[in-house]
Design a protein around this ligand. Structure first.
Ligand code: C2E
Ligand code: MG
Ligand code: MG
Ligand code: MG
Length: 277
């Protein structure tokens, strides 16, 4: 943190400002233009059923095709997009591209539900749901093939706003998913209040599950609790066969992770589909 002094009236205040690296400052300055120029693409990571590994859907993950730096991951720019006040136009690019891709797959006879990630800031955008509706109509994509993922911590920022957005999306027919579940420290009572179809168990739980019986019991507890509330459980970040086996044993029906497939370009998904249907 960097201390900055500034003057209000006659007094000086110390304010803690988050410190940005030189690179972040540079990227931040380029972002609005990158959105205008549509320098973003989506890669798709398969979601598969356990234990057979059949493709049941895909998650769309954003990448910035940076003119000098190459393909950048969201960890290096999503926060900057959110802080730069351009998350509304950024998410519209994502929605447009994901819906278009689903329609392309449909046209080739493949029905693949696709999930997109939204930011907490998108929930306050009153034009978001009408935009999604318009995109689904334009590309003739059935709403149930689109899924919105929102992290557990994002859902908790303002429960009233979240519930309103979720209700509007659900009325449209879009599916809902809580992402990174287990990291947000929300209560189980709270999960019951949120009308979502899917709960994605954060990959940190999957990673620690094999080390220690207690960690395994935690995952088991999360899965059975979600099931008892009627949610479909998806485990994230499966990297080994052992983890896949264990999750199946614990009753988890859907998995996503490098063990099955890394995120890939839309064209490569086509190939994956042909082999894992
Ligand atoms: P997420 O939604 O939880 O997505 C899963 C992340 O875990 C992805 O990282 C994915 O590549 C990675 N992953 C998948 N399987 C494995 C595995 O087996 N091992 C490991 N170590 N990692 C795995 P990615 O693509 O870098 O995205 C990071 C985060 O950025 C996402 O986490 C999501 O929160 C955010 N994000 C991505 N795309 C978008 C977007 O279009 N909009 C918004 N608002 N956020 C996005
Ligand atoms: Mg996600
Ligand atoms: Mg996640
Ligand atoms: Mg995440």
């Amino acid at each position: 943190f960097q201390a900055k002094k500034f003057r209000i009236g006659a007094e000086f205040y110390q304010k803690q400002l988050p410190e940005f690296s030189e690179r972040q400052v540079l990227l931040r300055g380029q972002l609005s233009r990158a959105v205008e120029l549509k320098q973003f693409i989506l890669v798709y990571q398969p979601k598969v059923s356990l234990p057979d590994g059949k493709l049941i859907g895909a998650e769309a993950l954003a990448r910035w095709q940076h003119p000098e730096e190459g393909l950048l991951s969201p960890d290096s720019f999503i926060e900057l997009v959110e802080q730069g006040g351009i998350i509304h136009s950024f998410s519209r690019l994502v929605i447009n591209e994901a819906v278009r891709q689903v329609s392309v797959w449909l046209a080739t006879g493949k029905t693949i539900p696709v999930s997109i990630n939204l930011s907490v800031y998108n929930l306050a955008d009153i034009d978001l749901v009408p935009f999604i509706k318009e995109q689904l109509e334009q590309f003739k994509v059935p709403a149930h093939l689109l899924e919105v993922e929102l992290t557990e911590s994002a859902t908790m920022v303002d429960i009233t706003v979240t519930k309103k957005a979720f209700t509007d999306l659900r009325n449209l027919g879009v599916k809902l998913s809580i992402d990174d579940f287990g990291t947000g420290m929300s209560s189980f009572a709270y999960l019951r209040e949120l009308d979502v179809d899917f709960v994605k168990i954060d990959r940190s739980f999957v990673a620690s599950m094999m080390d220690d019986k207690r960690n395994e019991l935690v995952v088991q507890g999360l899965i059975s609790m979600c099931h008892s509330m009627g949610k479909i459980v998806i485990a994230e970040g499966i990297e080994t066969e052992q983890q896949a086996h264990k999750l199946h044993e614990l009753g988890c029906g859907i998995a996503q992770g490098y063990y099955f497939a890394k995120p890939c370009f839309a064209e490569d998904m086509q190939q994956y589909m042909e082999h894992n249907n």
